[in-house]
Design a protein around this ligand. Structure first.
Ligand code: SF4
Length: 367
């Protein structure tokens, strides 16, 4: 058939330098990647690899693990070697773990040179070791851990304070000729966070890692992240994203991917077009939509499935979708590519939709 036009996006991507996080590129024209962080103790290699496998299966591109002790550092080689996706070691303060992570084969290290400098100034050696190994760095500026000098100047973590801190941290690497890093300026308030990233994006071409920190439990955290990332991504700002939720990391990855898909920054996969229901509904739309969503979870082809409560908008929406149902009178009219293919009793709507979806998905090349 005709090649389809690329899906429209809200703004061209802001040009940034491209860096490498293992096999994943971040910045430039590289697709916006989705990250998460393991909640397992890094020392528990099997549990961590198991969680990484789950994250990989749910569409995570890059994973971070904490490295607060020597035992964690000792676990890094096995994790880096066996992970299917690039592993970033998250390190505060101790330069020795940065070197250990680089030697371990980690794709990148999250470390702030400002912290390193306070203890034992090995920023130059870190820059050299990272460059020699082809390892990149994330400078992670966080509202909760701003440098005292900057807190004294601004009084609190304003966008200006976050940006000044980030630009200063960046200069600590740049003065050694090291440029393979991305930056985050996280805050738990989406308004401050968005302002900080906008300001930072004006100051240089560093690839940016978006995050609302401590965004909260799943519901609040999803909305805070979606609104903040949406505001930035719709202006072309953001090269890699991490949704932070007080919930299992697989949920973070699902939310991150859904945000990118919603903005056409990643190809859409399964999309359920379901109506909110109203007084006209002749079927339990919530239940139907939930059951169809659950039954089709994990499909990788871009299938649009319409689940509509009545025949007012039902046939119209169902026609626009690959597959759909419009319910009424205890029955469901099943549409495929806009044609009614059959009418089934209400009790068979879910299984019929799932059967049809699987058949169409297979035709579309679902593995
Ligand atoms: Fe209401 Fe029907 Fe529209 Fe659903 S499709 S919201 S039931 S009018």
């Amino acid at each position: 058939g005709m090649p389809s036009a690329p899906a429209p996006v809200l703004a061209p991507r802001r040009p940034t330098r491209k860096i490498k996080v293992g096999k994943v590129f971040v910045g430039g024209d590289a697709p916006i990647s989705v990250q998460s962080m393991c909640t397992t103790p890094t020392t528990d290699i099997n549990a961590t690899l198991q969680q990484i496998a789950e994250l990989t299966a749910s569409g995570c591109d890059i994973v971070r693990v904490a490295c607060p002790s020597q035992d964690d550092a000792d676990a890094l080689p096995a994790i880096a070697r066996k992970s299917q996706i690039p592993v970033i070691a998250d390190i505060h303060f101790q330069p020795k773990y940065v070197f250990a992570a680089i030697d371990a084969g980690c794709a990148a290290v999250r470390v702030n040179p400002g912290n390193i400098r306070k203890f034992d100034d090995q920023v130059k050696q870190i820059a050299q070791a990272a460059k020699d190994a082809g390892v990149s760095i994330r400078i992670g500026v966080n509202a909760g851990s701003l440098d005292k000098r900057i807190m004294d100047k601004y009084g609190k973590a304003t966008p200006e304070a976050l940006v000044e801190s980030a630009v200063w941290e960046a200069s600590l690497f740049e003065e050694h000729g090291f440029h393979d890093f991305k930056i985050s300026v996280k805050h738990n308030d989406p308004v401050i966070m968005v302002a900080a990233y906008e300001m930072l994006s004006e100051r240089g071409d560093w690839p940016l890692h978006l995050g609302v920190t401590e965004a909260g439990p799943a519901f609040q955290g999803t909305i805070k992240s979606a609104t903040a990332f949406g505001a930035l991504l719709s202006k072309g700002i953001g090269d890699t994203i991490r949704v932070s939720l007080s919930a299992p990391p697989v949920e973070e990855v699902k939310v991150g991917n859904q945000i990118l898909q919603s903005l056409n920054l990643k190809p859409r996969k399964l999309e359920i077009v379901s109506c909110p229901s109203c007084g006209r509904a002749q079927v339990d739309v919530y239940k139907l939509a939930d059951e169809v969503t659950a039954g089709l979870e994990g499909l990788t082809v871009p299938l649009r499935v319409a689940v509509m409560g009545c025949v007012v908008n039902g046939p119209g929406e169902a026609r626009e979708a690959d597959l759909g149902v419009a319910s009424g009178n205890g029955k469901g009219q099943i549409f495929v590519k806009g044609e009614v293919v059959r009418t089934v009793p209400e009790s068979q709507i879910v299984e019929t939709l799932i059967d049809e979806a699987m058949r169409i998905a297979e035709e579309m090349g679902e593995p």
